[in-house]
Design a protein around this ligand. Structure first.
Ligand SMILES: [Zn+2]
Length: 285
């Protein structure tokens, strides 16, 4: 007699199910299961179609995939925005979406915040001094709702945690550490005077600009220790690989930047910030 439970267990592919199940791949396979069942139902009989559907769905349930090689298929044919919607992000880190490295460079150089020397964006000494002055005068307190309200230009801000907030009662935003938030709050106060049209920027655009700017810091906003940046390639079964960029203080270990950028953009982002990619890590700034 066939032991059904044993048979099912042997069919299981733990690497593709449970926690490891990939939502986009599963969705694609369920759609394929229905398409296959409809074709069999039309060609043979409705019963054969229903049977095929049942078997296909059981296979997807047990194995994660019906068709071998789905991850590659999904990656190739499902557009990135669709994959994004499935919400299985490779990391919880925010991505930089509204500002390209070139835009960041042109906005910051026009505002005399940074200079675009030998392919590397550097803070101007005057901006660096103003930023640090603001940090040391405000730095003792962790920025709260008011700081976030004025930094992002949003009226309604609720605090959720140390460095996480809810904007307008719907959008949740977070900083990697209170130190990162302090850096952004101080920088935003300076940028307001220096960038024409800062008032008209959306909260997301401001956050992306501030994140890019934070990547240019080579000193910790909390303790002035040296900042070390590292990069890591994030592989994902059905999505194009992305690059995680992290920067943290070497003295106090506070994280300052933790973001994910598309691989196609990573080289320019890192080049701008003076972060080496050859060996995977190097000092920033
Ligand atoms: Zn530090």
């Amino acid at each position: 007699m066939i032991d059904l439970r044993d048979t099912l267990a042997r069919l299981e592919r733990p690497e593709y199910i449970g926690e490891n199940r990939c939502t986009p791949c599963t969705a694609v396979n369920v759609v394929l299961s229905f398409a296959l069942a409809a074709a069999i139902g039309a060609a043979a009989s409705p019963f054969a179609g229903a049977l095929a559907l049942g078997v296909s769905l059981v296979l997807v349930r047990l194995r994660g995939y019906l068709i071998p090689g789905t991850p590659t298929l999904t990656r190739r044919y499902l557009p990135e925005p669709v994959l994004e919607r499935f919400g299985k992000s490779p990391a919880s880190a925010p991505t930089v979406e509204t500002v390209t490295p070139a835009e960041l460079a042109s906005v910051l150089t026009a505002a005399d915040v940074a200079t675009d020397g030998t392919d590397e964006l550097r803070l101007t000494p005057s901006f660096r001094a103003r930023w640090d002055d603001r940090l040391s005068s405000d730095g003792a307190t962790t920025p709260g709702r008011d700081a976030v309200r004025s930094a992002l230009g949003v009226d309604d801000v609720d605090r959720l945690g140390d460095a996480s907030f809810e904007l307008e009662g719907r959008q949740r935003v977070g900083w990697v550490s209170p130190a990162a938030l302090a850096a952004d709050a101080a920088a935003a106060a300076e940028l307001e005077d220096r960038i024409d049209g800062w008032d008209r920027l959306e909260a997301d655009e401001r956050r992306d600009l501030l994140t890019g700017l934070r990547l240019l810091r080579d000193r910790c906003p909390a303790c002035s220790g040296p900042v070390v940046a590292t990069t890591e390639r994030l592989e994902h079964c059905c999505r194009r690989p992305r690059i995680a960029v992290r920067a943290a203080c070497d003295a106090c270990d506070r994280p300052l930047v933790d973001l994910v950028v598309a691989e196609s953009m990573a080289a320019t982002w890192l080049e701008l910030a003076g972060v080496g990619t050859a060996d995977g890590s190097s000092a920033a700034g």
